[in-house]
Design a protein. Sequence first.
Length: 406
Amino acid sequence: MKKLNIVLYILCFSVQVSRGQIHQWNIVPLNTNVNFHEIELVQDSILVLPGDAGKLAVRDRNGVWTLLQAPNNKPFVAVENIRFQNLGRSTKISTDDCSIYTLGQAANGLELQTDSLPAYPLNGRKVVKIVDLNISNIDETRYGIICDSARILGYKFPYSTPRFNISLSTKKSIQDLYPFNSWNILAVGDSGKIWKTAGLNEAFQAINHNLGSKRLNKIIGQRDNNLWIAGDSGLVLYSANGGATWQKRNTPTGLNLYSGWKTDSTLWICGQAGLLMYSENEGQTWTIDNSNTISDLKDVKALKNDIFATGDDGVLLQLNLLTSATKKKKNLPYVFSNKPESISIQNIGNETLQVALMSVEGKNILSKTINSFSNYDLREVVAGIYILRIESGNDVPTYQKIIIRN
């Protein structure tokens, strides 16, 4: 008998799931299949999406999207609107080797222009993210560059060398830097690590917790003491005291969570396999939206009444909160794996379930109709990545990502 190792990313209904409205997201065509890494609001309703192969998607003030191309085809990994002393703000777009571009105005619209930052030699390290560290809006330049191998460079005008140039002790990757409450900076990364400093001249101190070792991907907040962290395997952490202590928020998913955005009323989080979910009560309960995609979503941002999400395969989604069609959330099935070679599905709702196991290309592998309980035997399924599609009545379908290894 073939021995399988099945990793199942599931919806877990041991937590309370909100019965909020399920929004219908619209797909914005960008005519590319490159992976986009983040969304940045840079100025006056302009949005920028850095992507692989030197692609940059830009939304102008009129809401028109344009795809720009860097001449060297190197992957764009970061974009940030940085305040420069006496010069106002400037949008800096970086490739993974720290080649810097900015957005300039041309006769026919926005264009990419070569630029520079006072940057310490990276010595072969790759850039992960650039972060503006001046949130007090004073006339001063402060920004940070996250590199791989847990290296963080922090700059302050007029110094051309970093005010701090440190490699955190774990040598694990840093995923995000987040400034808040004037000069405080929080850092998160692999193995569940959290660090904090009180400013560019202070050392980062590890914040100890017992909430697991999953990779932490994104810090979310509104620059005050209320902070959230999105991580792998459905992990969401919350702090009400500026990161001094943390508690785990229950979520209805085991998918990796890559990013999020906090508005005055709503916390949005995106992740693996097209996951989009939101909470209207600080993360105590959640509603999973219908994203219309199974591509990984890497970032989500709000611009007035519009929410945007982007990620792999050139996917860009838009939701207008004033005009979007919605459906009332229904009970969903509880999905679990109880044996190494099978998946079991329990229907806890009142509607018949239509279940299909598909390849990532959309090819149907197995199909079943479930009234109460059923078991999927996966011993004859070739190792790979699959999507489990579950539909109940007229409700929107849900998707689970499954990895089958030999």
